[in-house]
Design a protein around this ligand. Sequence first.
Ligand code: FAD
Ligand code: NAG
Ligand code: NAG
Ligand code: NAG
Ligand code: NAG
Ligand code: NAG
Ligand code: NAG
Ligand code: NAG
Ligand code: NAG
Ligand code: NAG
Ligand code: NAG
Ligand code: NAG
Ligand code: NAG
Length: 615
Amino acid sequence: MTKSFLTLNFALWLLSSPAVATVFNSKAELPEDVGDKYDFIVVGGGTAGLVIANRLTENTNTTVLVIEAGGSNVNPQNLNITAPFLTTHASPGGPFDWNYTTTPQLGVSNQSIAYPRGFVLGGTSSINSFAYTRGTSEDYDRLANVTGEPGWSWDALQPYIFKHEILTPPADGHNTTGQLDPSVHGHHGLLGTSAPGFSQTNFDFRVIGTTQADGFSEEFPFRLDMNSGENLGIGWQVSSISNGSRSSSATSYFEPFMNRTNLDVLLNTRVIRIVSDDTDDEVDSGCDSLSIHTVEIASSADDTPTTLTASNELILSSGAIGTPQILMLSGIGDPSSLSSPSLNISTILANPSVGQNLSDHPAASQIWLVNSTETWEAFASTRNFTGFDSALEEWENERKGPFSDALFNQLGWLRLNESDPDVTDALTEFGDPAAGPNTAHFELLFSNGFLGDTPATGNYMTILTILSTPFSRGTVTLTSPSAFQPPLIDPSFLSHPFDLIAMRAGMLSARRFVTSPLWSDYVISRTDDADSIDDLDVFIRNTTRSAYHVVGTASMSARNESWGVVDPDLKVKGVEGVRVVDASVLPFTPSGHTEAIVYILAEKAADLIKEDWGL
Ligand SMILES: Cc1cc2nc3c(=O)[nH]c(=O)nc-3n(C[C@H](O)[C@H](O)[C@H](O)COP(=O)(O)OP(=O)(O)OC[C@H]3O[C@@H](n4cnc5c(N)ncnc54)[C@H](O)[C@@H]3O)c2cc1C
Ligand SMILES: *[C@@H]1O[C@H](CO)[C@@H](O)[C@H](O)[C@H]1NC(C)=O
Ligand SMILES: *[C@@H]1O[C@H](CO)[C@@H](O)[C@H](O)[C@H]1NC(C)=O
Ligand SMILES: *[C@@H]1O[C@H](CO)[C@@H](O)[C@H](O)[C@H]1NC(C)=O
Ligand SMILES: *[C@@H]1O[C@H](CO)[C@@H](O)[C@H](O)[C@H]1NC(C)=O
Ligand SMILES: *[C@@H]1O[C@H](CO)[C@@H](O)[C@H](O)[C@H]1NC(C)=O
Ligand SMILES: *[C@@H]1O[C@H](CO)[C@@H](O)[C@H](O)[C@H]1NC(C)=O
Ligand SMILES: *[C@@H]1O[C@H](CO)[C@@H](O)[C@H](O)[C@H]1NC(C)=O
Ligand SMILES: *[C@@H]1O[C@H](CO)[C@@H](O)[C@H](O)[C@H]1NC(C)=O
Ligand SMILES: *[C@@H]1O[C@H](CO)[C@@H](O)[C@H](O)[C@H]1NC(C)=O
Ligand SMILES: *[C@@H]1O[C@H](CO)[C@@H](O)[C@H](O)[C@H]1NC(C)=O
Ligand SMILES: *[C@@H]1O[C@H](CO)[C@@H](O)[C@H](O)[C@H]1NC(C)=O
Ligand SMILES: *[C@@H]1O[C@H](CO)[C@@H](O)[C@H](O)[C@H]1NC(C)=O
């Protein structure tokens, strides 16, 4: 059933695109004369990279090559990255993941934590969990403020906010009036989004009901649309899902445009470094700019590298781990670490900010045993084969049912409660890390089941707490001069004292949510026994994981600023010919998940590039 459906689908897709962009499946497939054929080379066919490639090739005279380390997202078609609910099977681990882990995290009981990133066309948008949240207007206004560039403000970005999105009906076709505000969504863009496609359950109504319950609606108010520029409150999630399937940059910005003959993609090939046009460049004197237009590519550690040169620009879109890694491998970084004996990389441009300022959202779950059979456990593959098979069949035949849905149907965005003295003390001592007074410090995410490996018995609900405004900052550094060795990733989770206090407050907020009368005949018990504050702190340190929202490792800063890696036009400071367009340029995490801001950023970047080249 699965196989024949997907094969047919793939065949139709091929048939419907007679003239296609060339997809080279390996470096060996590249023609001899390709070395300087392209106007732009995009390094990384991920979330941002495919937006850039799409927009630049709107002009039929502009040629673009995208180089992607991973393989195709459709050939062969794979359920785990297509059926939304199965995304937990897509990573960590498996063929679509870079399989990174962090360094032992002292703030997290010294554990190494899985740190997935998409290793496939579409990048992390091909493996993520679909939450479409833009953050707040204050997040963008802070970016404009910090970079001194008004173009990054919420108001100035409105055209790009509308340009990338197309809001579509949910998989179950339910009436979404009162669940979102259509006027704040794009209706003519490329990335398909939708309200939850399987959400008419007892659990969903209790979550929303609590926002209207006496004594609860003040702390947990209902928010009609968290993408309006304000996010405080609890409301329905909008997901990057359309027609019941994953919308990624690959499905929305690439597949429908495969008839563009000026857009080529090279898969299964890694950019190992970028190299100066002037091969004599050594340590930069700080006066004249380096000019860089060439990439070195290889298909494996022992492959002889090949070079490709862009006539106009290189665009690094390798993500918040890949981009700083490539810059450092190329000799752009902190000279003292690059010159260490284990690396022995000669510095072509000294910039100690590369790989620094990593910010990510720590996240920890609390799980309750519930008195319901209408939970995920009813179709868990390890528990109920009939349930799993019928959900799969429904998805395959109709793109409906539980597998058309993401992991969370409601999200809540909340400020720290200043009646808690620990919170007030922390805010006084460290300042407020939020971008403004209307920006959430933490997020609650509601799941109708056990988020994690399903236990053998019982039915569950999960509330995940994510700290949206951490003070902790980490690093990406090299351990090897080879692009085929992973860099060291140290998010330094919960290393700043504020972050533990704020996580604790968020966990306690989730517990209060569950005390509303709507849960009294539903919730049986919490599954952990971290009752005291001390035990809760240990529980948080034991169970915190990444929300996978890493940013900041090639931060944007004002032109005259002494720190930072790219200027407000996203050009690498001190370099001519290279821009960075991906999550690594964001100097702060938004009070939101990171895909929407990356799409917005990439749409704006495409216009900056077009403007520079008169396209
Ligand atoms: C499991 C998971 C769940 C998530 N869930 C959500 C969510 O629900 N909502 C949300 O908003 N965000 C979510 N995120 C985060 C969000 O998806 C990312 O922030 C965003 O997609 C990053 O986009 P990017 O363009 O910066 O990088 P990516 O999309 O990662 O693109 C980088 C690309 O570059 C390629 N690359 C890297 N190095 C090289 C090299 N040397 N040579 C060639 N190619 C290279 C990579 O293979 C990749 O394709 C999630 C992330 C993960 C991992
Ligand atoms: C492409 O280039 C040709 C020749 O320079 C020019 O006539 C044409 O207008 C260009 N097309 C676009 C879409 O810019
Ligand atoms: C999906 O992932 C699971 C592991 O989580 C694996 O067993 C299964 O084979 C994968 N399915 C496909 C189609 O690759
Ligand atoms: C991650 O591990 C899987 C095997 O589980 C493998 O298929 C994949 O290629 C690995 N990713 C990378 C980037 O090596
Ligand atoms: C943390 O773990 C590392 C490696 O596993 C170990 O070397 C180190 O001693 C541990 N540190 C502490 C404080 O436990
Ligand atoms: C940034 O915000 C601060 C404080 O509100 C203000 O004083 C400053 O002028 C702003 N800077 C820019 C460039 O907008
Ligand atoms: C959806 O519900 C709203 C309010 O209940 C109603 O006004 C509207 O007509 C409905 N839309 C459709 C398409 O049924
Ligand atoms: C959804 O599917 C329909 C019918 O196949 C198609 O026309 C439409 O483009 C799809 N929309 C999105 C956003 O994927
Ligand atoms: C590709 O297809 C679109 C619509 O399907 C069409 O508008 C466009 O002209 C085509 N482009 C090329 C290069 O064939
Ligand atoms: C470092 O590299 C240079 C050439 O780039 C080489 O001459 C030197 O021996 C290397 N040093 C070490 C310690 O490997
Ligand atoms: C197992 O799945 C079947 C088919 O969806 C469903 O009728 C049944 O209630 C499920 N059993 C349990 C224990 O959830
Ligand atoms: C479970 O729910 C049923 C109604 O669906 C109710 O009769 C029963 O008392 C509940 N059990 C518990 C332990 O709350
Ligand atoms: C934390 O982890 C340690 C080691 O696994 C375990 O002994 C302890 O019970 C855990 N504590 C809590 C509160 O989860």
